[in-house]
Design a protein around this ligand. Structure first.
Ligand code: SF4
Ligand code: SF4
Length: 473
């Protein structure tokens, strides 16, 4: 095993520090079993699959309720029931990532009766394709942007094209603490899971990107993986957005992802801690991917916490009696996630957090904020040593104002772009000019909009520019 001791990082990015309402160090608890789940048949990166059950059917936890048509060529994985009970409806529902998706609604019988996958007698001897088949059947292949390649409808790349397995063990998103907690509490499953994923890819080289703020995990990883020459551990600065596929692959291997491309295009599969644990549970315990860890966090939350939550649980269940004020609710990422108006919006396989931010009561700055610390979004515009937590509200400090050419957005952009210009060109319909300055190299991390003291909605403008180009406007 190689250990790369010098702290690797990238140009740009931002250290967020600690926000009010972050469940730091809170142990994982099982969220109460929901009375009802709403399970979209489009999970993770998958294309929507067809329902294999009908209204009135009784299903058990872990039973397949949707899978691709046999002649479908689109990437997808099977979708499973996450509780036992009766299928009461199959209908189109809003998907938390946008648009609508056919969804299966199950009312619990309170028994949580399981149906599990067949467990191989000795998984360490299985050939890659057999392991791939188990991972596919368990729905473990849908985490990353391009998923984990198996030969069963599950990704755009075939396993032969993959040379590296990259493990993302550096959490830099504000409020997302649950995967870190999973790493501490399920360390054995994590290590064995990453070995399973490697084996399923034909024993490729593994690179683990680990935040240097986790010395105990670092020591334990060295102890467990010391004798393996296929593994390299990289200690990374926990700077946002280090965990993004493009940034992680570039930092660890010096390989650039093509614009509009995936990690699989350059021979890499990127998986996170949750995926490693899910791979272990699928292969060794026969458990399909029906439960994930989720942080419930934010300035509007009374008791922030980290939970094991069944897929399909409505976010309202996690927020019940736990909101201390009116909050705007965001799924996944506070920087790039979408605000949810509907408390029935379900947790999916790729939801790491439910964040409720206190609604801002007033406009903090009628003119451009000073933006010291580049944290004017949080109200922490002055750095005070005795204030431990930053307070994030929905405040954008007023309406957008003209660009003051401060250059903050350029400083933080991890892709070395000029966000002020990308936003301006996109907003004014100058789409070929925007493409000339690499609009599609933007990974939509949202940092430029976060630090902008004029509160120009740069990310929205950039997304809109991309959308127009893709639609041929
Ligand atoms: S331009 Fe894109 S990549 Fe750069 S900071 Fe803004 S959102 Fe992030
Ligand atoms: S867009 Fe915002 S962050 Fe960028 S230069 Fe202008 S005022 Fe500064």
């Amino acid at each position: 095993m190689a250990v790369l001791g010098s702290l690797k990082t990238f140009k740009g990015g931002h250290y967020f520090g600690l926000f009010e309402g972050t469940p730091r160090g809170k142990r994982l608890q099982a969220a109460p079993l929901p009375a009802k789940v709403i399970i979209p048949l489009r999970q993770g990166f998958s294309a929507e699959v067809a329902s294999t059950v009908k209204e009135g059917d009784y299903v058990r936890t872990g039973q397949v309720i949707g899978r691709a048509e046999p002649n479908s060529t689109k990437p997808s994985t099977p979708v499973h029931a996450s509780i036992s009970g009766k299928v009461t409806k199959i209908e189109k529902r809003p998907h938390p990532l946008g648009g609508e998706a056919l969804s299966v609604i199950i009312e619990s019988d309170g028994k949580d009766e399981w149906v599990k996958l067949d467990r191989p007698a000795n998984y360490e001897k299985l050939p890659p394709e057999e392991l791939g088949k188990i991972l596919y059947e368990a729905g473990v292949t849908s985490g990353g942007q391009a998923g984990f390649p198996t030969v069963y409808h599950s990704a755009l790349a075939t396993p032969e094209k993959i040379r590296y397995l990259i493990i993302n063990a550096v959490e830099t998103e504000p409020f997302c603490e649950a995967t870190d907690q999973l790493l501490y509490e399920e360390f054995d499953k994590f290590v064995n899971g990453l070995k399973i994923l490697r084996q399923a890819l034909g024993n490729v080289q593994v690179h683990i990107g680990l935040g240097y703020n986790k010395p105990r995990i670092y020591e334990e990883l060295i102890e467990r993986l010391e004798y393996y020459d296929w593994c390299t551990i990289h200690q990374l600065r926990p700077k946002y957005p280090q965990g993004d596929d493009a940034v992680l692959v570039r930092t660890l291997l010096g390989i650039l992802l093509p614009q509009r491309g995936y990690a699989t295009d350059v021979g890499c599969v990127v998986q996170d801690v949750q995926q490693c644990v899910a791979a272990y549970e699928a292969v060794v315990e026969g458990k399909p991917f029906v439960e994930r860890v989720v942080s419930v966090a934010g300035s509007a939350i009374k008791e922030p916490g980290n939970y094991r939550v069944r897929v399909g649980t409505p976010i309202g269940n996690l927020l019940e009696n736990n909101l201390k004020s009116n909050g705007r609710i965001v799924l996944g990422s506070v920087l790039r996630g979408q605000a949810q108006g509907d408390l029935d919006a379900p947790i999916t396989r790729e939801t790491p957090a439910v964040i409720a931010l206190r609604e801002a009561e007033r406009e903090l700055f009628p003119v451009a904020g000073p933006g010291f610390d580049r944290d004017s979004f949080t109200g922490a515009y002055l750095s005070l040593p005795w204030v431990r937590y930053k307070r994030a509200t929905t405040s954008l400090n007023g309406n957008p104002r003209p660009c003051v050419k401060c250059g903050y957005c350029v400083d933080v952009c991890p892709q070395n772009l000029v966000p002020a210009l990308l936003g301006e060109y996109s907003a004014n319909g100058l789409l070929s000019e925007a493409q000339d300055i690499d609009l599609f190299a933007c990974i939509e991390c949202g940092l430029c909009a976060y630090v902008c003291p004029s509160k120009i909605p740069l990310l929205e403008q950039i997304r809109e520019g991309k959308r127009k180009i893709l639609q041929g406007a």
